[in-house]
Design a binder for this molecule. Structure first.
Ligand SMILES: [Zn+2]
Length: 124
């Protein structure tokens, strides 16, 4: 069972503590996460600024997995999988449905499915 919290080494209070992550929404679209220290409330402007205690985040899916699965389920009913939904959020420790606000699997299907727009190029 994956942990729902992340350990950080906070520069604000100097403690090893937990990261609070609160999704921010514009309508039904997740626009980002508000990240802060659970102990002192120190806010982090971006994911890059978070001093995670674990240096290397776990990659759940590789780029190769993504393209392979995308081809298999490109069309038809199977495309209503959570992983293709605009409300599906993934991080190193869990997969999350922003619509139902619960943990989901990439292969779950959902009556409230909304197809995610094609991914934009993101800076690495
Ligand atoms: Zn702190």
């Amino acid at each position: 069972m994956a942990s729902k919290t992340l350990e950080i080494h906070c520069p604000g209070c100097g403690r090893v503590t937990l990261l609070l992550r609160q999704p921010t929404y514009e309508g039904f679209t997740k626009v980002g996460d508000q990240l802060s220290c659970a102990s002192c409330g120190h806010a982090f402007a971006s994911e890059e600024e978070v001093p995670y205690k674990f240096a290397t985040p776990v990659r759940v899916f590789t780029e190769a997995d993504k393209s392979k699965v995308a081809k298999v389920f490109d069309e038809g009913e199977n495309a209503r999988l959570c992983r293709y939904c605009v409300n599906y959020v993934i991080n190193p420790f869990m997969q999350w449905c922003g619509h139902h606000r619960k943990e989901v699997e990439a292969t779950d299907t959902c009556p409230a499915f909304q197809l995610k727009p094609p991914p934009k190029a993101e800076p690495v």
